[in-house]
Design a protein around this ligand. Structure first.
Ligand code: NAD
Ligand code: UGA
Length: 467
């Protein structure tokens, strides 16, 4: 017994588990929250001033609660035992081998968590799926839990997370909705109500939706698929704009002002990245195929094919604009993270551009305010199979610069690949003077003032704009 009304344990101290639990702790002083992980390094970082992820506003929230009602630990068994509610917030990456390789989501970590909970628990608990999972995963979790040897009763809920990286804290503080899926039995309804009660500390009741388990699991995949589909839709139009002289920013504005369509998520880019869009669409595609719905699978798969096309189109345009060769040329890459305000590089579209330029034997200089060189290479190796081992000399072909000015010094071209605000404020006159001529700008995010750059003397190419 202690001074807390409720004990929460969250398995997985990553991009979701850490920020989500920090906000629950901040909003619910009477709830004790402990985030556990297998990785000692990850837990040590959460307990230090140098958090393992970069997320605006996160250090303040963690500092406010750490050691009071928010804890990070590797003592998984003890923390599960203490908990009334256990969240499963572990990674569910696309399978790399076996049945469904390259498409199905790997739910191994979720099952391991369920087995751990069944093994060590000494009291009944609510188990909450926070990870994004294929529809009907909750059934597998429930069956594993039901095999516990003490006759304990577990209620399984689905509570997918909708935060976006870079805006995780505001997204968690005022979510559009909280979704809770549960079994429609008296015990299931009571469990959903208990979890809803936690969120109700700061989220208006009408924004807390309760559904059946399968609708909740599926809604998460569908939300990401719809968002990604908007990006692929506008990116497909960007290619048409370049061919016809239309301007994609003007088209987005005109189309988005229709309330039925809406303004957001219509920014044309070098393609979407991040750990989830592609993974979750592949997950949806695989589900459709599993149920024999090939037309539905093909429809959603096209969102990914369009994204691949957009990434490839960009690097090809760079090479063709620079007289069909970049061999030996220095090229500055501004931005490696998959979007601004994060250091996350999982599935970042910048990686594919860097890879293509390295394959053309360019000398690539990357500057990103938050990405560590080591993380960049881990991702290049994992997703592109590009490493010193597979391609000797490749690490020397990519320099990581400590400033945008260093990266651009003597370069033939600069390419903006992440929409960091600081790239809008650079002194492009100064940059131009130190670049090789003709000096090229490739704006992969349409954030720069193209007219001003042309006046300075740059040759500017941007997504979906007349050259
Ligand atoms: P992550 O890789 O950042 O973190 C997962 C953590 O779980 C890792 O630290 C890992 O060590 C730990 N872990 C794995 N197996 C474990 C086990 N058996 N016991 C204890 N810890 C274990 O992943 P993430 O980005 O936080 O994503 C987690 C889930 O949330 C995924 O299903 C993802 O699809 C979903 N999601 C992610 C985001 C996002 O923005 N990243 C947003 C919404 C939903
Ligand atoms: C996305 C969703 O927005 C979240 O709701 C969801 O919880 C999360 O996935 C998840 O399940 O992981 P996230 O990937 O963090 O969040 O970031 P987004 O803002 O969605 O951006 C994804 C990618 O799309 C980025 O590469 C971004 O640059 C790109 N994008 C986004 C565009 O190219 N154009 C746009 O208009 C919007």
């Amino acid at each position: 017994a202690d001074e807390f009304d409720l004990h929460i344990c969250c398995m997985g101290a990553g991009y979701v588990g850490g920020p989500t639990m920090a906000v629950i702790a901040a909003k619910c002083p009477k709830v004790r929250v402990c985030v556990v992980d297998l990785s000692q390094k990850q837990i040590d970082a959460w307990n230090s001033p140098d958090l393992p992820i970069y997320e605006p506003g996160l250090p303040e929230v963690v500092a406010q609660c750490l050691g009071k009602n928010l804890f990070f630990s590797t003592d998984i068994d003890a923390e599960i035992k203490k908990a009334d509610i256990v969240f499963i917030s572990v990674n569910t990456p696309t399978k790399t081998m076996g049945i469904g390789a390259g498409r199905a989501a790997n739910v191994k970590n979720c099952e391991l968590c369920a087995r751990k909970i069944a093994e060590v628990s000494e009291s009944d608990k609510i188990v909450v799926e926070k990870s994004t999972v294929p529809v009907r995963t909750a059934q597998a979790v429930r069956r594993v839990l039901d095999c516990n040897e003490r006759g304990l009763k577990f209620q399984v809920l689905s509570n997918p997370e909708f935060l976006a990286e870079g805006t995780a804290i505001p997204d968690l503080m005022s979510p559009d909705r909280v979704l809770i899926g549960g079994v429609q039995t008296p015990e299931g309804i009571a469990a959903a109500e208990k979890l809803a009660g936690v969120y109700a500390n700061w989220v208006p009741r009408e924004q807390i939706l309760t559904t059946n388990l399968w609708s909740s699991e599926l809604s998460k995949l569908v939300a990401n698929a719809f968002l990604a589909q908007r990006v692929s839709s506008i990116n497909s139009i960007s290619a048409l704009c370049e061919a016809t002289g239309a301007n994609v920013s003007e088209v987005s504005r005109c189309v988005g002002m229709d309330d039925r369509i809406g303004k957001r998520f219509l920014n044309s880019s070098i393609g979407f990245g991040g750990s989830c869009f592609q993974k979750d669409i592949l997950n949806l595609v695989y589900l459709c195929e599993t149920y024999g719905l090939q037309e539905c699978a093909d429809y959603w798969n096209q969102v990914i094919l369009m994204n691949n096309y957009q990434k490839k189109r960009f690097s090809e345009k760079m090479v063709s604009s620079m007289f069909n060769t970049v061999t030996g040329k220095k090229i500055a890459i501004l931005g490696f993270a998959f979007k601004k305000d994060t250091g996350d590089v999982r599935e970042t579209p910048s990686m594919f551009v860097v890879r293509d330029l390295v394959m053309e034997q360019a000398k690539v200089h990357v500057y990103d305010p938050q990405v560590k060189r080591e993380d960049m290479w881990v991702e290049m190796n994992y997703t592109c199979n590009l490493s010193e081992e597979t391609h000797p000399g490749v690490e020397a072909a990519v320099t990581t610069s400590t400033s945008a000015y260093d990266a651009c010094d003597g370069a033939h071209a600069l390419a903006v690949l992440t929409e960091w605000d600081e790239f809008k404020e650079l002194d492009y006159q100064k940059i131009y003077q130190k670049m090789a001529k003709p000096a090229f700008v490739f704006d992969g995010r349409n954030i720069l003032d193209h007219e001003a750059l042309r006046k300075i003397g740059f040759e500017v190419h941007a997504i979906g704009k007349p050259d």
